[in-house]
Design a protein around this ligand. Structure first.
Ligand code: SAM
Length: 470
């Protein structure tokens, strides 16, 4: 008697229930994840556990997301290991931020086809804790995700995903390996997160806006489709500067060419009220388009305010000397909270000379020679987050080895959205509930810049109180 019969269940078409009944294929799909000891697996739509049963649950932990109540309780019984957590609900509503405290996370699933594109966007959106995905999707979606320029399948889905992920077609699966048989072929695809050095940098939202507008009418020229966002003359100039014809259409540009185009369109497509533009760019100009220069993340000649042991200003000294001679100096950390009481954390760029790729306060930076702490806090939120705000000082941290010889003034600010991250300084970022941050710090303190940990401890009580007032 089959498991379905035992459960007195019949497959629900509305939930995309087609069960994989080929064990060899199921094992092969799990093997493609190349799971290592201590990693965490997130499985979407485990159903009756066809893939789950091949997970090495003595070596890895797993979260199973299943929308069907009957299957969720079946899975709970079948996989009762303490390393497994079954979550009943819609995977599209799953808050993947909770996974940052798990370290290396990999995603697997034979996706329900009615919602596979939305799931791909949901689980790949930044900030994303997932490093690799092996997913079965309907072949048509797989074709679009993996498509190359100038093919009929190439579209915004291809461009947006391929910018951050190396994507491979692994295998076509015929309908016969599923029960009931779906009407179409399926494709197993692999997505591996690119190293940040290999990801062309551009503000996420700006990029998405340009790409989606560009592909909104595939057959039209970009000078037409993008004229919804910017003057068509600017599009022509930006195309010409990238060596592209003014007659180009969306499907002819590679993901890299799209990034270059969106960069050249620069301020015309600004998504925020960011008033400080990338260095080298003035006010938006309708006449000419200037590509933003790729500035280094830090300028070693920057003159920092050096202070004495009582935090009294002495003189300005260049950044390299301040750090090499461990001179006492000043810094600000700003924690931006939203109305839900979540704090915005940034992941520092790989280019940073200190704490590259560590998670840090919303914005932080050195106080320049002659600059006040308050002015510096306002400048940092503007430069790094594109926010016009007046942060409020709430704590001071004394200089020590742990703060890298910095006297730190800690500020709070409020914003509901950060849409214009400075991509030269920040790899990614997002709002996180304090409970998640607490658990994350507890389980993986090494993921954070040490200055942030000092500041966060200092304001934790204050933030906790603010949370309980809500
Ligand atoms: N992994 C199983 C297999 O390979 O046999 C089942 C795959 S079946 C194609 C899709 C599974 O996703 C079903 O178990 C279905 O109940 C579940 N599902 C459908 N929509 C879902 C959603 N929005 N969130 C989570 N699970 C969902």
């Amino acid at each position: 008697m089959s498991t379905l019969e035992k459960l007195k269940a019949s497959p629900r078409k509305s939930l995309g229930q087609n069960f994989l009944h080929d064990n060899n294929l199921a094992r092969w799909i799990v093997e493609c994840l190349e799971l290592q000891e201590g990693e965490h697996v997130l499985e979407i739509g485990p159903g009756l556990g066809a893939l789950t049963e091949w997970l090495p649950l003595d070596r890895v932990s797993a979260t199973l997301l299943e929308k069907d109540r009957l299957f969720a309780s079946f899975l709970q019984e079948r996989f009762s290991e303490p390393s497994v957590e079954v979550k009943l609900g819609d995977a599209l509503q799953y808050d993947k931020r909770a996974l940052f405290c798990k370290g290396e996370v990999k995603l697997v699933g034979n996706l329900p086809y009615y919602v596979s594109t939305a799931l791909l966007f949901h689980f790949s959106a930044e900030p994303c804790p997932i490093s690799r995905m092996v997913l079965t999707v309907q072949k048509e979606v797989g074709d679009r995700v993996t498509a190359s320029p100038r093919s009929g399948e190439y579209g915004s889905l291809s461009v947006l995903l391929q910018r951050r992920w190396h994507i491979k077609r692994l295998r076509v699966l015929p309908p016969s390996v599923f029960l009931p048989r779906p009407e179409v072929d399926s494709l197993v695809i692999e997505l591996r997160k690119k190293r940040p050095e290999d990801v062309p940098e551009i503000g996420e939202q700006r990029f998405e806006k340009v790409v989606k507008a560009g592909f909104s009418e595939r057959r039209k020229k970009l000078t037409n489709t993008l004229s919804k966002l910017v003057p068509s003359r600017a599009v022509e100039e930006a195309l010409a500067a990238g060596g592209l014809s003014g007659l180009s259409r969306a499907e002819e540009l590679s993901p890299e060419a799209w990034v270059n185009l969106a960069m050249r369109l620069g301020d015309f497509c600004s998504v925020a009220n960011r008033d400080l533009r990338p260095e080298g760019l003035g006010q938006p100009r309708a006449e000419a388009v200037v590509p933003p220069p790729r500035a280094a993340a830090v300028d070693p000649r920057e003159s920092l305010q050096v202070v004495d042991e009582q935090d009294r200003p002495i003189r300005g000294v260049d950044r390299a000397t301040v750090h090499s001679q461990k001179l006492l100096h000043r810094a600000v950390h700003i924690l931006v909270l939203n109305r839900a009481g979540e704090v915005f954390l940034q992941r520092r760029s790989y280019r940073k000379d200190t704490f590259p790729r560590k998670w840090d306060s919303s914005a932080a930076g050195h106080v320049d020679e002659g600059e006040s702490y308050d002015a510096c806090a306002g400048r940092e939120v503007r430069e790094e987050l594109g926010l016009i705000a007046e942060p409020v000082e709430i704590a001071r941290v004394t200089a020590s080895e742990k703060t890298g010889q910095e006297f730190i003034s800690v500020y709070l600010a409020q914003a509901e959205e950060i849409v214009d991250l400075n991509e030269r300084e920040i790899e990614t970022g997002g709002f996180f509930p304090l409970g998640i941050v607490d658990e994350w710090i507890e389980s993986r303190p090494g993921d954070f810049a040490s200055g942030f940990l000092e500041c966060y401890r200092k304001v934790q009580a204050r933030l906790g109180a603010a949370k309980s007032d809500r």
